[in-house]
Design a protein around this ligand. Sequence first.
Ligand code: NAG
Ligand code: NAG
Ligand code: NAG
Ligand code: NAG
Ligand code: NAG
Ligand code: NAG
Ligand code: NAG
Length: 239
Amino acid sequence: MLLSTILSLASAALVSAHTIITYPGWRGDNLVTNASFPYGMQWMYPCGGILPTQNRTFWPTTGGAVAFQPGWFQGHATAFVYINLGFGTDGPNGGPPNMSNPMVPPFQILGPSKNPYPGTVCLPQVPLPVNASVQAGDNATIQVVELAVHGAALYSCVDITFVEPNDPRLADVNESNCFNSNDIGYADVYTLTVRASGQGNTTSGAEHRFWYFRRHNKGSILAYLGWMPVVLGGLWVLL
Ligand SMILES: *[C@@H]1O[C@H](CO)[C@@H](O)[C@H](O)[C@H]1NC(C)=O
Ligand SMILES: *[C@@H]1O[C@H](CO)[C@@H](O)[C@H](O)[C@H]1NC(C)=O
Ligand SMILES: *[C@@H]1O[C@H](CO)[C@@H](O)[C@H](O)[C@H]1NC(C)=O
Ligand SMILES: *[C@@H]1O[C@H](CO)[C@@H](O)[C@H](O)[C@H]1NC(C)=O
Ligand SMILES: *[C@@H]1O[C@H](CO)[C@@H](O)[C@H](O)[C@H]1NC(C)=O
Ligand SMILES: *[C@@H]1O[C@H](CO)[C@@H](O)[C@H](O)[C@H]1NC(C)=O
Ligand SMILES: *[C@@H]1O[C@H](CO)[C@@H](O)[C@H](O)[C@H]1NC(C)=O
């Protein structure tokens, strides 16, 4: 009874908020699952099924805040988050030619459950991609990618126009659009090289990996993880 009350309150909060990128804005509502998007619209690369928009929002040439709500769908007890930038409007449908420019290293979020949950993640100062140089008036697109435990990803974007950091058209960053909820934790993500590339054609690399995971096997789930090409550091938190 209490649980169902809490759950309905939580889903009510989700429904009333109805946004993914709370700052600096987003292309539009892509939370639908229908006949055109039977697996859900938000799983479509690169921007969750929404084409580039003309109602751009402003964002500083020095980088700035990005905030989003990661818990709309079930299956995100943990998730990896990527934030990328696409430059310009020379790509498909007047959007960027690609979204291949990371702004922050990937990080993991630790949610309260595998069910949908409310809450916001705020990164107050996301820098521009390495070596990027932009000018006020340039257009670009910010992409937030949320990688679920099974490897598929949710996509949301916002189209921006760069402005000087003191431009009055910049929307305020405040406690209603950019905050970190207590029930969402974070973990760093790193890889551990088990066999470097270019080390001959023998099967020893693969054998070495099995050896490594057998020796470190503290439970069946670790043996299973041995199949993964990278060791995802944050997962250890779960074990
Ligand atoms: C652009 O317009 C769409 C459709 O009205 C809206 O959903 C979206 O939030 C707007 N985006 C921005 C950045 O204002
Ligand atoms: C599914 O939803 C999208 C977004 O609202 C819409 O563009 C599309 O026409 C819908 N498809 C069907 C079959 O209703
Ligand atoms: C940037 O986008 C806005 C709105 O879509 C457009 O009016 C403007 O011409 C674009 N600027 C450049 C440099 O492409
Ligand atoms: C992505 O697009 C930029 C231009 O915005 C271009 O300079 C770069 O080479 C492209 N990168 C890839 C991997 O296609
Ligand atoms: C950034 O520029 C430096 C100097 O040109 C170059 O060595 C480096 O590889 C570049 N980094 C990226 C990620 O493009
Ligand atoms: C936070 O800033 C937004 C503009 O980004 C504004 O609409 C909203 O009223 C502000 N909220 C508070 C509590 O100041
Ligand atoms: C490794 O495999 C490649 C391609 O199959 C082959 O050309 C090469 O001779 C092999 N090298 C060794 C050391 O077996």
